[in-house]
Ligand binder design. Structure first.
Ligand SMILES: [Zn+2]
Length: 338
């Protein structure tokens, strides 16, 4: 029996422990915190640690420490009571709050998408994709080939993870286009009892326009098959892809507003298609403008000098940082009273 959540604002902080958080993450997380508190809502900390090859335990504890140093707090999270996922009738829990412990949720969604005819197994190797994309008549967006793949902080080749990314270049934060080679295999999806062994892609409705109203940037529009293609849903190394994990968790944790970096605007369009396929309700969105360094390069986890850890060691006053954030971004925009 869940407590009444109707009209209650539920936001989230969803960093990935692949490095120390930097000023760009801090600003976006501060906005998320500020909006949740102003709306008298709840803030959920979600540890996006699915990518076991890149995530490190020391960065998990650093995320808590550094964000608390900045002055943020949260109401639910892996480091608070209730992470076991049981809760009580007085304090229901939406945990566990670390993605690595939520595999059963993702598997259930995978089964639903398989049964609904929304996804297909993809056996393309990286070489297959490069070959097909270099042939102009087959390429969906050959020009995008040279762009770094989605991940927020460090470009990663085959999928994106971690939500923290308030810092990437808009438009450059994208999955490699997929030319649809395996689309016909959608007929064989039912033969799979589990997603393991191949990767899985979501079949996008070609030419359909997906629009949403962003709390900061206003109306956004993306066309499936043009702005993005059949995106990864489950990775070949048997972990759910970023898009699936985020959508499943935001729904299960009853998130009402997603605050994150502007590099994820296009991902929001993908996620809306996924939510529709899964029958989820849609949260509000507030994408924060990206932060760049003095050379106009987007901040990344390699900007060590601008990590929260380094700023703290240099004696920077967190109150001064929060003041700068408040002056730099109209964080109140579109905020409804809580
Ligand atoms: Zn394929």
């Amino acid at each position: 029996m869940a407590e009444p959540l109707v009209n209650q604002y539920r936001g989230r902080l969803a960093p990935s422990p692949t490095g120390y958080l930097h000023l760009g993450h801090a600003r976006t997380f501060w906005v998320a915190w500020q909006r949740a508190r102003t709306a008298h809502g709840k803030l959920i900390f979600r540890n996006e640690d699915l990518d076991y090859q890149r995530c490190r335990p020391k960065f998990v504890s650093a995320m808590y420490e550094d964000l608390r140093w900045l002055g943020l707090d949260w109401d639910e999270g892996p480091d608070l009571d209730g992470d076991a996922g049981h809760g009580s009738s007085f304090a229901p829990s939406f945990g566990p709050y670390s993605q690595s412990e939520r595999r059963s949720f993702y598997l259930e969604a995978w089964r639903n998408l398989r049964d609904g005819g929304f996804i297909y197994p993809c056996t393309c190797s990286r070489k297959d994709l490069e070959r097909s994309l270099s042939a102009p008549h087959e390429a969906l967006h050959a020009a995008e080939m040279n762009q770094p793949a989605p991940q927020e902080d460090e470009p990663q080749r085959d999928d994106r993870f971690a939500e923290a990314s308030p810092t990437a270049t808009p438009g450059a934060d994208d999955e490699l286009p997929y030319p649809g080679i395996c689309r016909d295999k959608i007929a064989t999806a039912g033969e799979y009892d589990s997603p393991a062994g191949v990767s899985w892609r979501f079949k996008v409705p070609d030419d359909e326009t997906t629009s949403f109203e962003d709390g900061y940037f206003g109306k956004q529009q993306f066309v499936a098959g043009r702005d993005f293609s059949d995106f990864l849903l489950w990775r070949r190394d048997d972990i759910p892809a970023y898009q699936l994990a985020v959508v499943v968790d935001d729904a299960a944790m009853r998130i009402t507003e997603v605050v994150r970096g502007a590099d994820l605007l296009k991902s929001t369009a993908r996620q809306l298609l996924l939510m529709r396929a899964l029958g989820y309700s849609v949260p509000a969105y507030f994408h924060c403008p990206l932060l760049r360094d003095e050379k106009n390069v987007r901040l990344a986890k390699r900007h060590d000098a601008l990590s929260l850890r380094a700023l703290r060691e240099r004696g920077v006053d967190p109150a001064e940082l929060r003041k700068q954030f408040a002056e730099a971004i109209e964080w109140r925009r579109g905020l409804m009273r809580g």
